[in-house]
Design a protein around this ligand. Structure first.
Ligand code: NAP
Length: 339
């Protein structure tokens, strides 16, 4: 590590709209020195998540905004190369909230360890066994709570969260309908993942009618990753006592102006709907049980998923932007260090 440098992407200015290379810049920084209770991590992979866009803004949220001048906050997975925490050792593979940089210093108590007996590729701990997979798992099981035979509608259904959420709802015996932005994504979730129906929301005519056609008895659980016009169309198709899992609102993450709507909010009252704001960080203590069950499903081929692994630190920002035009296919990860 003597001559190693610490490449970083950092926040130079808050983006208005899609982040650009003027907002998020590259620099070479010093390798941080871990303090008491911290470890130094050499990051192998970055998890690119839509939420990072929110942390670049200074609107109130569940995490403080990224301060200007600081490396971009991101979940990463890497090796402990120095430890000043009693429970972490050099060589442990850990994941947690760090930053888009080669080396991160982080409190050992905030990090999760990949179990030494792990038999899966390490990057699964940023996808199906990480916060994303746990969002699908706890979002369906603890927030949506669908019963067998109920209809579950999912937006961004071919994405990292949505594709796994839909398969869990299938395991529970539900009828599952997905919304996605291309015919290829729709074919993947129906033909390969077993969704009962899919709607290409960009090419289906009026969306409210398209959802009604695919969900003729109405929707019991709407798992919303998108917000905006898709939420409005879903609201018009809810059954009495339906539940909405409000998991994300990616359609508005790059909005430069305040986002209007939802216009059909009255349906919440008219249908006695329960809306549950879902935040995966509220379930961290339950992750081991979620990962254990997900591992069984993955090993048995009952849960399938797609990862898009982009090689090279320098490609991080460009890859991140594909989340917002739908050209990403599955869980987006950057491999910083070759395997
Ligand atoms: P992802 O679905 O793998 O990728 C994002 C997808 O969103 C894109 O591929 C695109 O798919 C769709 N999209 C982008 N812009 C859109 C727009 N304007 N209108 C409609 N769809 C749009 O990403 P992910 O990591 O699984 O995240 C999905 C959602 O879950 C995000 O809202 C994220 O913030 C949320 N999330 C929440 C939690 C939590 O704890 N609450 C945790 C993790 C993630 P199409 O091609 O189908 O349009």
């Amino acid at each position: 590590m003597e001559n190693a440098i610490n490449r970083q992407f950092y926040l130079h200015q808050r983006p208005a709209g899609m982040p650009s290379t003027s907002d998020v810049r590259r620099r070479d920084a010093a390798i941080p020195r871990p303090r008491d209770g911290e470890v130094l991590i050499r990051n192998r992979y970055f998890s690119l998540d839509p939420a990072i866009r929110g942390w670049m803004s200074d609107t109130p949220s569940y995490l403080p905004p990224i301060p200007l001048g600081q490396a971009i906050t991101s979940t990463t997975l890497g090796d402990v190369v120095q430890s000043r925490h009693p429970d972490c050792r050099e060589g442990d593979v850990v994941y947690g909230l760090n930053a888009w940089e080669d080396f991160s210093a982080a409190p050992g108590s905030y990090l999760m360890k990949v179990p030494p007996e792990n038999r899966f590729p390490l990057h699964y701990y940023l996808s199906v066994f990480g916060a994303v997979g746990m969002t699908s798992y706890f979002g369906i099981l603890e927030a949506g709570k669908p019963r067998p035979g109920e209809t579950v509608l999912i937006s961004a259904a071919a994405g990292a969260v949505g594709s796994v959420a839909g398969q869990i709802a299938k395991i529970l015996g539900c009828r599952v309908v997905g919304l996605a932005g291309t015919d290829a994504k729709c074919r993947w979730i129906t033909d390969d993942l077993g969704f009962d129906a899919a709607i290409n929301y960009r090419d289906c005519g009026p969306l409210t009618e398209a959802i009604a056609g695919a969900c003729p008895e109405g929707v019991d659980v709407y798992f919303d990753n998108v917000g905006g016009a898709i939420l409005d169309a879903a609201l018009m198709n809810l059954k009495d006592h339906a539940r909405i899992v409000f998991c994300g609102a990616i359609s508005g993450y790059n909005a430069a102006e305040p986002v209007p709507g939802p216009y059909n909010w009255w349906q919440i009252l008219a249908r006695s709907v329960t809306v549950q704001g879902f935040l995966v960080s509220n379930h961290v203590a339950q992750f081991p049980q979620g990962v254990a069950r997900m591992s069984e499903w993955v090993a048995a081929g009952r849960i399938r998923f797609q990862e898009q692994i982009v090689d090279g630190f320098e490609n991080t920002l460009a890859a991140f932007l594909t989340l917002f035009d739908g050209t990403n296919t599955g869980k987006l990860i950057v491999r910083v260090v070759p395997d």
